[in-house]
Design a protein around this ligand. Structure first.
Ligand SMILES: C[S@@+](CC[C@H](N)C(=O)[O-])C[C@H]1O[C@@H](n2cnc3c(N)ncnc32)[C@H](O)[C@@H]1O
Length: 289
């Protein structure tokens, strides 16, 4: 849907998503991924009917990556993106951030076995502990539905160098209603099957409906493109797989000439992340450049 036709502003939709899912995001997801870490990659192979690596390679093929660049994988999980990119560009400087120690432990072990070095940070991605204008590339795959994504996109933009690219991949809400309901039915089947197959913990069992509801409340591919433009990314483009079930987006941080002293980026960080009394963060108020 084009910007002018949108019924609810993104900031309002983000507040609704946060209200709806705050408890799961803050109190339950860490336990889920602590359990899921041991079988995350295998479960996704099963659920995707063997297409998991193909999906990732399609996403990677949308990226322009140069050797020696500095990249950050946000919500890196088991480091699948970093490892795949390092296989193609061994002198890439890869940083990973994720809140789950268990997911990163699996990812670090996989990288170590391949003789790769990935710099790992454990932390919440709503505030990225990296300087402004620091990365050439930032990636985010299969985690946006668990985040106040507009806030995180602001942070990603802050840490990207002007002209740097953000690459995003996630399961999206298909625009077609028939595809959408079939999708949820298939996901429900997969979640039940993999939970049984891998003997998921009670926390992972308890979150099965959350995963569907989070997708139901998420964005279509066109909406997500508009969200990226609202945050201030330029040259936004997207492609979808499986009739809109999976979306790949890319956006560029503008070559900003408006702040010769660099203060603009710091101001933007302040706008995006005002501390709240309950320990959370205010909704994003990213300024467009
Ligand atoms: C579905 S996994 C995706 C992992 C990886 N990006 C991939 O493509 O396989 C979601 C990841 O997001 C992480 N995550 C969720 N919310 C987070 C937050 N607020 N801060 C940091 N990591 C978070 C989880 O710990 C988990 O590792």
């Amino acid at each position: 849907m084009a910007n002018g036709e949108r019924v609810i502003p993104f900031s309002t939709k983000e507040e609704i998503r946060e209200q709806q899912f705050k408890q799961v995001w803050l109190e339950e997801l860490d336990d889920v991924f602590a359990d899921v870490a041991r079988y995350y990659d295998r479960a996704n192979h099963v659920a995707s009917l063997g297409l998991w690596n193909w999906f990732r390679n399609r996403f990677i093929s949308t990226m322009d990556v140069q050797s020696g660049q500095r990249m950050l994988d946000v919500c890196a999980g088991t480091n699948a993106i970093g490892i795949t990119l390092l296989k193609k560009h061994p002198d890439l400087q890869v940083h990973a951030i994720d809140r789950s120690k268990a997911m990163q432990a699996v990812g670090q072990e996989s990288a170590r076995k391949l003789g790769m070095d990935i710099d790992s940070t454990i932390g919440d991605v709503h505030s990225l502990p990296f300087p402004d204008n620091h990365f050439d590339i930032v990636t985010l795959q299969y985690a946006s539905r668990h985040l106040r994504i507009m806030d995180v996109c602001c942070e990603i933009k802050r840490t990207l160098k002007p002209g740097g690219h953000f690459y995003h991949c996630d399961m999206l809400r298909p625009a077609n209603k028939i595809v959408e309901s079939s999708y949820y039915a298939y996901l429900r089947l997969c979640l039940n099957f993999t939970a049984l197959l891998f003997r998921s913990s009670s926390s992972a069992h308890g979150c099965k409906e959350y995963f569907i509801n989070a997708l139901r409340m998420f964005y279509s591919a066109d909406e997500f493109s508009d969200l990226l433009r609202d945050v201030g990314f330029e040259e936004v483009s997207s492609q979808t797989l499986l009739v809109g079930m999976i979306g790949h987006h890319r956006g560029m941080k503008p070559l900003d000439t408006s702040s010769p002293d660099g203060d603009h980026e710091q101001d933007q960080r302040t706008l995006c992340h005002e501390p709240r009394h309950d320990g959370g963060l205010q909704p994003a108020r990213c300024e467009r450049p």
